[in-house]
Every structure is written in C-alpha cells, then in structure tokens.
Write a protein that binds this ligand. Sequence first.
Ligand code: NAP
Ligand code: F7E
Length: 352
Amino acid sequence: MSSGSGRPRALVTGVTGQDGSYLAEQLLGEGWDVWGLARPASQPGNTRWIDHLLRGNDESGPRLRLIAGDLADASSLDRAMATVQPDEIYNLGAQSHVQVSFELPAATGQVTGLGVLRLLEAMRRHCPRARFYQASSSELYGQVVESPQNETTRFYPRSPYAAAKAYGFHITRNYREAYGLFAVNGILFNHESPRRGENFVTRKIALAAARIRAGLQERVHLGNLSSRRDWGFAGEYVEAMRLMLRVEQPEDYVIATGDTRSVREFCEIAFAHAGLPLTWRGSGASEQGLDEDGRVLVAVDPRYFRKAEVDALRGDAGLARERLGWQPRVTFRQLVEMMVDAELEAVGLTAG
Ligand code: NAP
Ligand code: F7E
C-alpha cells in the first residue's frame, strides 16, 4: 500500500472535527501521508485541533495537507480523489448535530446522507482498490428494539440526522456488495473528548462546570437530563476505525463501552470534579441542580428537548473485541474528569 512518496496515503473528510483531528494524528504517527478534505472557509478559525499538524509541512515534519472539498459538491470530491489517489478513505464529514438536523433536514440529508454516495462514486471512478470507512452511528438504533445493541439490531432512526446516516450505512454496504469495494461501516456509539463541539451535551457541561467555578458563568441550561448514552473516549474510537480497514474481510462493527449513563450522572461527576457538588430538586422541565449554598447551577430549559428523543443507548462491541482485538480503556469517570480538567486548565484553574 503506497503511492508517490512511497508512503501510504489516507484521505480524511471531516478532518477539522473531533474525530478527524485524532485520526489524522494517529495516521501521521504511523508514517502515513494524510490529506484532509476541508471546506474552504470564508473566515479562518476552524482548524484549531489540527493547526499543530499543519505546521512544518516539509520532508522532515508532519505530513497533513488540506485539499478543498465539500460533501455536497461531487466535482470537488472527484478532484480530491484524482489528486490524492488514497489507499484509505475515512468519511467523517457530516452535519453531525442531531438537534440541528431538525432545523436543517434537507441540508443534513444532502451532506450526511447523499455525501456518502458522492464519495463512493468518486472512489469507484478513481481508486476502486482503496479501503473506505463510513462513520455510521448508534443514532441508527434510535428507539431501541433490544438492549444492548449489536450489528444485527434493527434500526429505528428518530431524527433527520439518523435517517441520513441510515442511507449512508446502506449505500456503503450496497457498494461493497454490488461493486466489490472494501467499504465498511463503523457503528460508533457516542464518543467525547476535550475536542468535542461545544454544543454537544458533554462538552457543554464540562465547559460550564469550569466556567462557573471560575466565576465566568452563572449556570447552564440543559434539556433532557434523564437521557442515557454509552459514552466513550474519541481517541480510542478512531483506533477502531483504522483497525476495521486493516483486516482481510470488510465487515461492519459496533464500537461502544457497554456502559450506559444519564446526562444527570455526567453533570454530577463533572461538577463535583470542579469542586461544586450538586444536589437535585424538582423533576422534568422544572428540575434544577444546586450547589452547597443553594445556588442553581443546572436548570432545565425545554428549548433543548428533542422533537423525538433517543432515550437510552448501550452498545455491545463483542464482535470488534473478537475480530479486531479492540476494547475501550478509558472509563466513564475518567472521560468526564479529562474533559473537565481540560476546561479548568483553559480558565487557569485545577480540579477540586
Ligand atoms: P464533528 O466534530 O461535528 O465534525 C464534523 C466534520 O464534518 C467537520 O470537520 C466539518 O467541517 C465537516 N463537515 C461538515 N459539513 C461538511 C460538508 N458539507 N462537506 C465536508 N465536510 C463537512 O463530528 P465528530 O464528532 O468528529 O464525528 C465524526 C463523524 O462521526 C461524523 O460523521 C459524525 O456524524 C459521526 N459520528 C460521531 C459520533 C460521536 O459521538 N462523535 C458517533 C457516531 C458517529 P467544518 O469544520 O467545515 O464544519
Ligand atoms: O446529546 C441530551 C440530548 O447532542 C446527547 C452526535 O455526535 O452522538 C451525538 O448525538 C443527549 C441527548 O449527542 C442537552 O437530548 C440534554 O439525549 O450530546 P448530544 P447525541 O444527540 O447523542 C451520536 C452517536 C452521533 O452520531 C451524533 O453525531 O443529551 N441533552 N441537554 C442535550 N443535548 C445537547 N446537545 N444539549 C443540551 O443542552
């Protein structure tokens, strides 16, 4: 597997996002040439998590290069594929926010759903022997029909985002079966890190805990505190993506911890770690989290309720453990504390 420089090449869409940045780091660490497909920005600023990889792009330094493209624009994907001639393609680009997908359902369908088809078509034309990873999601299970969820569990999407991901899942499998492409789906359960977008619940809570402790914010407004997720650490989940492309047979895999926790539990650990232990009062739309002095630090705001909620997810990654040798190492508590520590450091504080 090599081309041009003699080093193997990867093309990563969504390289400016949480997973893209960790994946690019790991591929570069393995000696790959990495090209990140990125939307040309009208304003600089979204390369925060990859700036360290873009610096020193020379023979001795890191080898991350950006190539302009948009999953909504087939011609740009065609050009990128022809230029890079990748050995591995990781499709991480998406409109990835579930709540936003209710506001922008067609745009989400275009990018998160049809974008997968456009990329597969460009791959089929220019590099059919490459290996393709599709970022599928536990949101496919939505209103779950069994627990825990594994590779055979029936899908029940509950949002325009999940419906678009269902299309992406099936078209990836279809191109594998119809054209013999090495194309796989990683069905990843929620994974988080200090690089998580600020409008996802874990980062929002971690940021708030640190900022409230520093006196920069009074409280945080959240939606459904009872919602449960199987949360893991993103750095480990992108390792699983690479492993899926390095086995002989293309197969779809669930990646998860098997542990399920509520948003409320996330808040409790995060705020306690920031030195602000919470007690709860009220329930539902009037629930509040208070500190030892009775100040309201967490308040429920129905604006953040989903039009259709995914109540509880828990994954079974047994197949990945058996065939890929992958298993999670970071516990839920370690993940929460890692995220809060990063935010405390950002405001010049430490835990406790
Ligand atoms: P993220 O931080 O939201 O990153 C999304 C990336 O997609 C960004 O780099 C964004 O670029 C790019 N993007 C958005 N619209 C695009 C377009 N039209 N064309 C090309 N790129 C576009 O997401 P993430 O958490 O890293 O997740 C990576 C992938 O895994 C996504 O597909 C997500 O849906 C999926 N997934 C995530 C999780 C999770 O828990 N994190 C779980 C399962 C599946 P800009 O910087 O230009 O906005
Ligand atoms: O919500 C509840 C919310 O937006 C988690 C994406 O990466 O993972 C992510 O989707 C839960 C939901 O992530 C707030 O109602 C309460 O039940 O952090 P989230 P998500 O919707 O699970 C999947 C696997 C993906 O594939 C997606 O790309 O938390 N919640 N209060 C809230 N959620 C948000 N965002 N904000 C709140 O204030």
